[in-house]
Design a protein around this ligand. Structure first.
Ligand code: CMX
Length: 134
């Protein structure tokens, strides 16, 4: 069961100008910019309480964010829940017939163990589960 919302992912066309918006207009601080080549994205992170905002700019039109922006435009891309035992959570969800994109955890941005649930089985919201690596 999730413990809190780890982050909210927002797809953007231009990382620099969206970072500027969150820093200059919203007063948040971008504490990390990271490219995740396997996901074909460049990301920027802001903390707000226990939750983070992750801005995602695609580095390739055939990546998940590139395809999303092409189809839907910029906007909310995914919701990420923190869990304590990712593998166990995935096994439980699979047993409950939830559609998994990842059946085993992989390493995502900020070196978290991550796995995605398919938006078709989560009422249209791409859902990510994240586990802190020890
Ligand atoms: N939120 C809600 N629905 C989404 C979606 C999203 N982010 N991305 C795609 N969809 C919908 C599509 O609109 C489509 O719906 P329809 O069939 O009604 O048209 C359906 O899901 C299938 O989409 P698709 O374009 O045919 O398939 P894709 O090849 O784009 O795959 C998905 C979609 C979700 C399986 C793929 O994007 C994926 O595996 N995502 C997980 C990885 C990821 O998103 N990584 C980026 C973030 C990395 C990070 O946080 O570091």
């Amino acid at each position: 069961k999730p413990t809190h919302i780890e982050h909210i992912g927002i797809a953007v066309k231009d990382l620099e100008s969206s970072i500027q918006f969150y820093e200059e207009k919203m007063g948040l601080f971008c504490y990390r910019v990271e490219e995740v080549p396997e996901q074909k994205v460049k990301t920027a992170f802001f903390k707000i309480g226990q939750t983070k905002i992750e801005l995602l700019e695609s580095t390739s039109p055939d990546g998940p964010v590139g395809k999303f922006v092409e189809k839907h435009g910029e906007g909310l891309h995914h919701l990420a829940f923190a869990v304590e035992d990712l593998q166990e959570n995935l096994a439980e969800l699979e047993e409950k017939e939830v559609g998994l994109i990842d059946r085993t955890p992989r390493i995502g941005a900020e070196s978290l163990n991550i796995a995605f649930l398919h938006p078709k089985s989560t009422f249209g919201v791409l859902t990510e589960l994240c586990e802190q690596t020890k």
